[in-house]
Write a protein that binds this ligand. Structure first.
Ligand SMILES: Cc1cc2nc3c(=O)[nH]c(=O)nc-3n(C[C@H](O)[C@H](O)[C@H](O)COP(=O)(O)OP(=O)(O)OC[C@H]3O[C@@H](n4cnc5c(N)ncnc54)[C@H](O)[C@@H]3O)c2cc1C
Length: 226
């Protein structure tokens, strides 16, 4: 779920960046600041998650996954560079703090996220969960911005993580109306990310696994046909 939602969210951001780069006059300064913020938080998150997912790919393939002749060790090795080059996680964290303190980028981001949510007509429970999360993070960031510069730096990666979770959660629910499968993906993603009180005895990941995996196989079959 995380991989799917994150990849889709990343491409949405790339589309936004293209728009900003090609037609800057049509994009307000506030929106351009949000694009900068999204680049920083998504670069950091996708780089870190690449290491996690390539690690999972090795584990999933067992002994074959580990041995050097298989493709997966190369995936993991290559993924390691992503958190180092083109902005390390720490440097991106500093960029996030700068964008928040100097340009109030979070205010415009939250405005955009709320607007997107207002137009969502599915998954009312999950929508409410996201709206609450946005309100909580608005308060958390407001308090964080009163802290000393050193403490802001200390919390910078945590701030980036909280913002990227919201962006991805809102993106997941925004695309949920496109298909039953995406609806299930959004439901599970949002509960796993934000609903910390979810019952251990009935995890949504298991409840919706069949839906999601069955349809994934159909998609894979279609891709094979093509
Ligand atoms: C395979 C490869 C190819 C590359 N290709 C290019 C290229 O084509 N062009 C190019 O220009 N560069 C290239 N680079 C360089 C790459 O961009 C740098 O390695 C990267 O920016 C990190 O800088 P650094 O190596 O000097 O590490 P450092 O800046 O020394 O960072 C080391 C650690 O300290 C942390 N750190 C550094 N400063 C701070 C700070 N102020 N606050 C908190 N933490 C901090 C970093 O997050 C990191 O964890 C390449 C690197 C690699 C590995």
């Amino acid at each position: 779920m995380k991989h799917e939602v994150e990849t889709s969210a990343l491409f949405k951001m790339i589309q936004r960046f293209d728009q900003t780069a090609r037609f800057p006059a049509q994009v307000s300064a506030k929106e351009q600041t949000v694009t900068r913020l999204l680049i920083a938080i998504l670069k950091k998150e996708t780089a870190e998650q690449s290491i996690h997912f390539s690690h999972e790919a090795i584990e999933m393939h067992g002994g074959n996954g580990y041995i050097e002749d298989f493709v997966t060790p190369r995936l993991l090795r290559d993924a390691q560079v992503l958190t180092v080059w083109e902005g390390t996680a720490n440097i991106l964290g500093l960029e996030v703090v700068r964008l928040l303190t100097k340009h109030k980028a979070h205010e415009q981001l939250f405005t955009e996220m709320k607007f997107t949510l207002e137009n969502v007509t599915v998954l009312s429970k999950e929508k409410a969960l996201l709206q609450k999360e946005i309100a909580d993070q608005e308060n958390w960031i407001h308090e964080g911005l009163q802290l000393s510069q050193d403490l802001q730096t200390f919390h910078s990666k945590e701030i980036a993580k909280r913002l990227v979770d919201i962006y991805e959660g809102v993106h997941a629910i925004e695309r949920a109306a496109e298909s039953e499968r995406k609806l299930s993906v959004a439901k599970v993603f949002i509960h796993q990310t934000f609903n910390h009180a979810i019952k251990k005895a009935n995890p949504l990941t298991l409840k919706f696994a069949e839906d999601i995996l069955q349809l994934s196989e159909e998609t894979a079959a279609k891709t094979d046909e093509n």
